[in-house]
Design a protein around this ligand. Structure first.
Ligand SMILES: Nc1ncnc2c1ncn2[C@@H]1O[C@H](COP(=O)(O)OP(=O)(O)O)[C@@H](O)[C@H]1O
Ligand SMILES: N[C@@H](CCC(=O)OP(=O)(O)O)C(=O)O
Length: 379
């Protein structure tokens, strides 16, 4: 794209209706020195102005662990999970109080929503969360979302709120995901350790070079830039463009709304994937794996075909019919995710089996596909 085209894209993005704004731990808690109330007031004022202009905003806010640590007088982030969970529970009170007070000054109601990965991977709970969020938006309420740290364990947590922000963007079919962080945006290398690193103004979320630029995260936040780039890719699935930008920039949200060149804009360049497929792709944990031969990998990647048992060479894990499984190539690379038509023990019986011999192998006929293409997302 030419510079003029990028500028036009920026203007268009700024006018999109539905925004998810994610505020990271490092920014929100002034690098661990308690809640950045001044910053919070300023972001809330700017969000209130967006709402006034007819936008809808969902806020995804981190900071519960960091604020809990401050309230409990802890200077070092604990390693024990239950202590982190306790800190999150204490800190979440401070977070929602601060947001509620700040939004009340604009006569705006807020709603606290605490989500877990399980909530979004269970179809029924996912649909419930979606309708609640849609209802809140239609009422002009600002949902304030965080992970429900009290009940999550290592295996089932998002861990970083960048991923949560992206899944929320998918859930509400947001147009824009704004990730406010403690750096000006994505740099060619971590600016903390590379003073010569250059800020990237714009690009495509799918561009593989960005992952290589993203180093580790800070002490308070957990994700770093890698999770922000992954989030941009995830958000792109439902058509949302992402802006990674410095939350300390004066009037950052208002200026983005005015189309100013700030931070890093990562565009969603593909057609949005249907909501059901996004839900499948959004599963961070899968129940098991199917290993595919090279022909099956090609049929999925190039042909958009269903997965037939003949192309499956092995199965692992314990999965039931209807659960999400990962499809990998023989080198272990993730190729796709999908809703499987057979439980693991039956799937194992029909590996490498031609369609015509399925009944003989199983003693019954279910679907000829092990995963139907409507339930399959190639990654
Ligand atoms: N290429 C990069 N560009 C910008 N920041 C980077 C890059 N690579 C790593 N980082 C680090 O990521 C940090 C932001 O991530 P994190 O601490 O998780 O923040 P947040 O709490 O906002 O999610 C920055 O402070 C920076 O040190
Ligand atoms: N949910 C937790 C952790 C989330 C977190 O730190 O995320 P991030 O700001 O993306 O690094 C919290 O509110 O402290």
């Amino acid at each position: 794209m030419t510079a003029v085209e990028w500028q036009e894209t920026r203007q268009k993005l700024a006018q999109q209706k539905r925004w998810v704004i994610k505020i990271g731990s490092a920014l929100l808690t002034n690098d661990g020195r308690g809640l950045n109330r001044e910053g919070m007031q300023s972001w809330v004022d700017q969000i209130a102005a967006l709402l006034q202009q007819g936008h809808e905003v969902v806020l995804v806010s981190s900071g519960s662990v960091a604020e809990g640590m401050t309230r409990l007088g802890w200077s070092k982030r604990p390693d024990e999970v239950h202590k982190l969970q306790a800190a999150a529970a204490v800190g979440q009170m401070g977070l929602v109080q601060a947001y509620e007070t700040a939004f009340a000054g604009h006569q705006r109601a807020t709603a606290q929503i605490l989500l877990t990965h399980d909530d979004l991977s269970d179809r029924k709970r996912y649909l419930n969360a979606r309708s609640t969020l849609r209802t809140l938006l239609s009422l002009g309420v600002v949902p304030v979302i965080n992970e429900n740290d009290t009940v999550v364990t290592d295996e089932i947590k998002f861990g970083d709120n960048d991923t949560l922000g992206a899944l929320v963007a998918n859930l509400v079919e947001a147009d824009v995901l704004v990730i406010l962080t403690d750096q000006l945006g994505l740099f060619t290398a971590d600016p903390r350790s590379n003073p010569d690193a250059q800020l990237i103004a714009e690009g495509r979320a799918s561009d593989p070079q960005y992952m290589a630029m993203a180093g580790g995260g800070g002490v308070l936040g957990r994700g770093g830039m890698i999770t922000k780039i992954r989030a941009a890719k995830l958000a792109a699935r439902s058509g949302a463009d992402t802006v990674i930008v410095g939350g300390r920039i004066d009037n950052v949200i208002t200026r983005l709304r005015a189309g100013e060149v700030l931070g890093t804009m990562l565009l969603a360049d593909k057609e949005p994937v249907a909501a059901r497929k996004q839900w499948i792709a959004g599963h961070l944990q899968t129940h098991g794996e199917l290993v595919l031969d090279a022909g099956a990998v090609k049929a999925l990647r190039d042909g958009g075909r269903s997965l037939l048992p003949i192309g499956v060479v092995a199965t692992t894990g314990r999965f039931e019919r209807g659960q999400v499984v990962a499809c990998k190539d023989e080198q272990g690379n993730l190729v796709a995710k999908g809703l499987v038509n057979y439980n693991q023990s039956d799937a194992q019986k029909i590996v490498r089996t031609p369609t015509a011999q399925l009944e003989q192998a199983l003693g019954y006929i279910a679907e000829p596909e092990i995963i139907h293409r409507d339930n399959l997302v190639v990654l």
